[in-house]
Ligand binder design. Structure first.
Ligand SMILES: [Zn+2]
Length: 449
């Protein structure tokens, strides 16, 4: 089976495996043996949702390499755990360098709201090498755009959620590194820093900015990316923002928008021994909650990717004493909507769903971001990374970039399942793979050059 690849070339299907890690292991094995590969997510059980899930991973190779690739698989060679590093001394050096940066990052205290020490440390590192460093609060923009080449911002947040006893002390454990933030997202920052610090890559096709910001894990208002975008024009004018959040080495495009609304049912208070004198607001909400529970997941295709729209009650309360029939009952409803809708359209959809039954007050809103899959630098990155491409089924800071017109994507070495977990870890091989993808993209330059 031949498929047109993201790079416009034809690719041949070599095999399909169940797990992404298997696909990545085979990819490492094939590429070490000189066969280019392209991984494609494929939901074998529901082809209708090509952008979601990872029930199947297709491994594709150039048609001319198909025979070689088959022979390699048939040779039954067990790919060594540390393929690149065993074979290639430069790869070994890259692994050790990335591990060292990651260990340095993990050693800096940086729980949300207390990022000053890590920002100081990072600023000192780059002042020492003569880089331009601009600081906004506890966020940093390192490097400068000349305006002569397209500008790529390598973006990551500095903060972590509070550590647990299982990850307070960063350590190396075989081929993984354990520590709070190892996956979310110090490993992404380490990859960004290592690329940024390589003169070859700085001298290649793009101006690079390293953007390390504070307050991502906390409440919306504390997120400093908004201020960085407002105060450092070069970031808001970048041609691509590569946000290295954990994605299991998949390219995640776009993001869902989110609305929180307080939906309040009104009634009339009464003593609960004589409820007929009142009108129970809580009881009135019953049919609404049933409707909400029956809402189907709405699959919305945008730019070739499928986003899943969902509407959920996430909390509810009354404020009366327990022997009083409540005169008001409020349900917090969270609506996650696809990038084909503006915030106003999402609010209108929610209003129509509630109808005359209750009052709706939207308390929090964040826009969705389109996948921008056609933006030249996004497709160039997808082609260079040869990684599975997925819709981002959540809200992320790529939306802040989208809001100022900067195409942005999520791609990182961290494991999504490890984010915020006790004993958080990351496999070192993922850093090497992500570093390779970034370097390939940065060296290749923009399409058509
Ligand atoms: Zn994160």
């Amino acid at each position: 089976m031949r498929l047109p690849g993201p790079d416009g070339r034809e690719w041949e299907l070599l095999t399909t495996v169940a797990q992404r890690w298997e696909a990545q292991m085979l990819q490492g094995f094939l590429e070490t043996n000189g066969v280019e590969t392209w991984l494609l997510s494929y939901d074998a059980s529901a082809a209708a949702y090509p952008g979601i899930g990872s029930q199947g991973q297709q491994i594709l190779v150039p048609p001319e390499d198909l025979e070689t690739a088959r022979a390699l698989l048939d040779s039954g060679l067990e790919p060594p755990r540390d393929t690149d590093a065993d074979v290639d001394p430069t790869a070994k050096a890259t692994t050790e360098r990335l591990a060292a940066i990651l260990m340095d990052l993990l050693a800096q205290p940086c729980v949300t709201g207390a990022e000053a020490p890590i920002a100081d440390w990072l600023a000192a590192r780059y002042h020492a090498t003569g880089e331009e460093v601009r600081r906004v609060g506890n966020s940093l923009v390192v490097g400068a755009a000349t305006g002569e080449r397209p500008c790529v911002a390598l973006v990551g947040h500095l903060d972590v959620v509070p550590p647990t006893d299982a990850d307070r002390e960063p350590r190396r454990d075989g081929d993984r590194i354990v520590g709070r933030g190892a996956s979310d997202m110090k490993s992404g920052l380490a990859v960004a820093m290592d690329c940024f610090e390589e003169p070859d890559l700085r001298g290649a096709a793009y101006d690079l900015l390293l953007v390390a910001y504070a307050g991502e894990e906390g409440p919306h208002e504390g997120n400093e990316l908004e201020r960085v975008l407002a105060e450092v024009g070069e970031v808001a004018e970048a041609d691509l923002a590569l946000v290295l959040e954990p994605t299991d080495l998949a390219v995640q495009l776009g993001c869902l928008g989110t609305l929180h609304a307080e939906v309040t049912f009104r009634g009339k208070a009464a003593h609960s021994a004589r409820p007929w004198f009142g009108d129970n607001a809580l009881h009135k909400a019953g049919p609404f909650l049933t409707d909400l529970g029956r809402q189907p997941v709405e699959d919305v295709a945008v730019g070739g990717l499928v986003f899943r729209e969902v509407l959920s009650a996430t909390g509810a309360w009354t404020t009366n004493a327990r022997n009083v029939v409540p005169d008001a009952f409020t349900v917090n409803v969270n609506y996650r909507f696809a990038p084909d809708k503006s915030i106003a359209e999402a609010e209108a959809h929610l209003d129509a769903f509630v109808g005359e039954r209750a009052d709706v007050v939207v308390t929090d809103r964040a826009p969705a971001a389109p996948p921008h899959a056609d933006a030249p630098l996004v497709s160039a990155f997808v082609a260079a990374a040869r990684a599975p491409v997925e819709a981002k089924q959540a809200w992320t800071d790529v939306a802040r970039f989208a809001a100022v017109g900067v195409p942005a994507l999520n791609y990182g070495p961290g494991l999504t399942a490890q984010a915020h977990q006790a004993g958080e870890h990351v496999p070192l091989g993922n850093l090497v793979a992500a570093r390779h993808a970034l370097a390939t993209f940065l060296r290749a330059g923009p399409p058509g050059e």
